[in-house]
Ligand binder design. Sequence first.
Ligand SMILES: [Zn+2]
Length: 304
Amino acid sequence: MVRRRESPGYPNVSDTANHSLLDAFISIHVNAGGKGAETFCYWRYGAGGRLAASIQNPLVYGKSLGFGRYGLLKNGIRVKKGDEMQKIPIQAFLADDIISVEGGKNLEQLSQARKKDHVFEITNTAIERVPVVKTPLFSDLQNNFLASLHREVLRIAKLENAGKEVALVTTISFGRPIKVLGDEHSVNIEQSSPVNALKMNAYMGELVVAHNHPTTRNFSFSDIGVFVIDEYIATLSVVTNQGQVYVMQKSADFHYDEARQLINALVDQYELLDCPEDEARQEAAAKEFLKKTRKVGIWYGTSK
Ligand SMILES: [Zn+2]
């Protein structure tokens, strides 16, 4: 381990790393603005990504540190070219609330603003007829598992939650899912301890989250926000109480920053922060996002 401070006298930490024989290079920064922790790595699905996840998970979900949802694992930091060293600069933001204001809180406000829509009754026919959506990230077997998950969502919503929202959270191996019950217009998986425990043992992009909409609505704008921000979720789906299915998946070329920029641009364009009660605006913004998913590396598909 070589330790160096970033200062005018020691301007190039990565250069030092490049001239040392190292298995891993870890750099920790404290920034002046923001709240939460970010861990960057070169490629989040490789060995470096797993090491980064093992650092990031306790930062975000650990009891003592608990940066909460304001954690991110990002691709794209390269310290040294063309060798086997794992590169993981960590960035810890501590000073204020910037990230929570930009990210979480606004989306929560928006989700709370959703009106009490009509709750459609879930019929056994709707459950039986839930279609299989052929998503590109999954094998046929996994796509069948996803359809079974949707049937299970509807069954639980019908029997245990009066048709209101239910989320089932599992991983890409489709083990026994975690159940989270919600109300007529939202279900909050980010506050669920069993879901956070699942994340502790999961890699980035491993979670599959399925939930029902009691109405016939597609993804809400806050669904889209959670999907983009939560780096554990690579597949998010909605099954309506009448059995339509909508799915989003993060592709290998998912661009976090561009997806966030698109969200921010839509928040501005539809003046969502000035009109948090205006559901039509949120719906229009969500619709617009779903038209542009391909540009930010998100696959979006439906059963229709
Ligand atoms: Zn939703």
